[in-house]
Structures are given as structure tokens and as C-alpha cells.
Design a protein around this ligand. Structure first.
Ligand code: ADP
Ligand code: ZN
Length: 303
């Protein structure tokens, strides 16, 4: 396995809410910037221009993004999240813009690899690690037997679309992927906001819901139900692949008390040989850390 020793790398992490960019030299982040995600293709091109304004031309662009990657295009699993993203020719756009090789990988998968690598010096590094990001959607990545699994269609570990036996508290059932009972319908930032807005009868976002939960039982119930659903999904994965560690990231996953709520729910499942539960050590930059470290073999490369 070779690591990419690019002199000047542009690393991008494209989420449903924000796009982060890093100027990287020999694996070290020199500068990091962030912008809100765009609503259409033209807006997205502008976001890339703003993020990279004044930076020297990269020799290589390495990207992790929401959605799964197939043939240089990004495809959405949940069609309700970023409308223009399904089938978007991301590699073409970036190649035309930067005239250098571009590699693409899913954001949850990159973050799983970043979080796996940062544990390399641990006494007992997990060979089987599941990363879950609770963010605009719910994503994930799986390292199995010390190898990142991307899958033949780039779909591996899309945890958000694992079926869970719980229901969203606003009664919503069908996910934007077309299926019923997906974790993402209960535990994403978008879904927390949707449930809070329905139950409280006024627009409320995920951060406001977390603040309210400190003294409101109904708000707490929405978040606790989400934590229970995450634990259920972890339980399902664990019994299939035998996990040693589950790492939680994303702004919702890292929000006040979320990890503890998931831990409590997981204990209630009384899983055999339950995995360790931890917060992303790279915080919101787990995806960037992953793409910076990633070996080309795991990513789709377009030259
Ligand atoms: P992305 O999905 O772009 O990777 P994030 O991981 O930041 O981005 O997730 C964005 C989601 O997290 C949004 O739904 C947003 O409302 C929610 N969110 C952001 N900050 C907080 C917070 N402090 N507490 C709870 N939810 C948050
Ligand atoms: Zn779904």
C-alpha cells in the first residue's frame, strides 16, 4: 500500500450542509476553510472558487463527499437531501477547474479510514471499526479486518439506510431513498429538525432541539429515540461483522450528550462482546483526515 505523497494536495469534504477545504503539503494541513453547501450546480462551482481563492494550483485533488461514487459521478441515496447531487459529474467539474488528477470517495468511508489511522498507535487498535456520522444525513464507513470497505458500487456502510425497528416521532415513514424504517429518517440533523418542527408546531433546527432537551421532556424524547435507533443499527452491524469499535462523528453525533445517550441505549441492548463506543478523535475533520491519508487503491481516480 502506497500513501499519496503529493506535494500540493487540495482536500475537500462535501457534506449536505457544509463544504470544507484544506490546502495540504506532504500530509500536513496548511490552511482549512469552510463554506455552506450550495443548492445548485452553479452555486457549487462558486463555493469551490471561494474556498480555493488565492491558493496555488494543486497537483492533485482528493475529495470525500456525501453520496456514493460511481464512474466519476456522485449519486444520492436519499434523493430528498441535495437535489442537484444525484448524478452530478463531480470529477469532470474538478478536473476542468484544476487540470489535475481527482480522486473521489464517500465521506463516511473516508472518515472511517481517518479514524482508523489515528488509532494506529493504540495498544489494541480495532481491526473492525464502524464510523457513523450523524449529520445532515446519516452516513458511515466500515473498516473490516484492517481494510476499508468501499464496495463494488461505493455503497458499503451506508448506515443511514439500515432498517431499524423504531419509528420517527412525527410519524414520517418513507425515507428519501424510497424505503421504510431507515435510521436516517430518525437520527439525522434534518430528521431531528423535521420531528421537532412537527411536534412543537414551529420551525426548529437540530441545535435548538438539543438546547431545549436540557429542560423539555418531549425534546429529550426525540433525541433519545434517535440515540436508540443508532444503537439498534450498531447492534445489527455488530452481529453481522463483529465490531470492536464504533466511532461517532458529525455535528449531531458530536452534539452535547449524544454519545452518552447512544452508549446508554447500547448498554440496554445487552450485546455480546459489545464494541467500544467513542467520539471521532478528528472531530468534524475526520473526513478530511481520511482523504489526506487515503491510498489510491480505495478511491476512484480520474486522470
Ligand atoms: P455535513 O452534513 O455537511 O457534513 P455536519 O456534520 O455539520 O455537516 O451536520 C449538519 C447537521 O448538524 C445539520 O442538520 C445541523 O442542523 C446539525 N447541527 C449543526 N450543529 C449542531 C449542534 N451544535 N447541535 C446539534 N445539531 C447540529
Ligand atoms: Zn433510506
Amino acid at each position: 500500500m502506497q500513501s499519496s505523497q503529493t506535494e500540493m494536495l487540495l482536500a475537500l469534504d462535501i457534506g449536505g450542509t457544509k463544504v470544507a477545504a484544506a490546502r495540504v503539503e506532504n500530509g500536513v494541513i496548511l490552511e482549512r476553510r469552510q463554506q455552506p453547501m450550495a443548492y445548485d450546480a452553479q452555486g457549487f462551482a462558486r463555493v469551490i472558487d471561494i474556498l480555493t481563492a488565492g491558493w496555488s494550483a494543486p497537483e492533485r485533488v482528493s475529495v470525500c463527499t456525501t453520496g456514493y461514487i460511481d464512474g466519476g459521478r456522485v449519486h444520492s441515496v436519499n434523493l430528498d437531501i441535495i437535489k442537484f447531487w444525484d448524478g452530478f459529474a463531480l470529477a469532470d467539474l474538478l478536473q476542468a477547474r484544476f487540470a489535475c488528477p481527482v480522486t473521489l470517495i464517500n465521506d463516511g468511508q473516508a472518515a472511517a479510514w481517518g479514524e482508523y489511522l489515528v488509532r494506529q498507535t493504540d495498544y489494541a487498535q480495532a481491526a473492525n471499526l464502524l464510523f457513523i456520522t450523524l449529520s445532515t444525513g446519516v452516513g458511515g464507513g466500515l473498516v473490516l479486518d484492517d481494510r476499508l470497505r468501499v464496495g463494488p458500487h461505493g455503497l458499503a456502510a451506508h448506515v443511514g439506510h439500515a432498517g431499524v425497528r423504531l419509528a420517527a416521532l412525527d410519524g414520517a415513514t418513507r425515507c428519501g431513498c424510497g424505503r421504510l424504517g431507515c435510521l436516517e429518517m430518525i437520527a439525522s440533523g434534518t430528521s431531528l429538525a423535521r420531528q421537532a418542527t412537527a411536534l412543537f408546531g414551529k420551525p426548529m433546527n437540530s441545535a435548538e432541539l438539543f438546547a431545549l432537551a436540557a429542560h423539555d421532556d418531549q425534546a429529550e424524547a426525540i433525541i433519545a429515540n434517535a440515540a436508540q435507533a443508532v444503537a439498534e443499527a450498531i447492534g445489527g452491524f455488530h452481529m453481522i461483522v463483529d465490531l470492536q469499535e464504533v466511532v461517532i462523528g458529525g455535528s449531531v453525533g458530536l452534539a452535547n450528550g449524544m454519545l452518552d445517550r447512544i452508549r446508554t441505549a447500547l448498554k440496554g441492548l445487552a450485546l455480546r462482546a459489545a464494541p467500544i463506543l467513542s467520539a471521532a478523535r478528528r472531530g468534524g475533520d475526520a473526513g478530511l483526515a481520511g482523504v489526506i491519508a487515503l491510498d489510491n487503491a480505495f478511491t476512484e481516480s480520474y486522470k
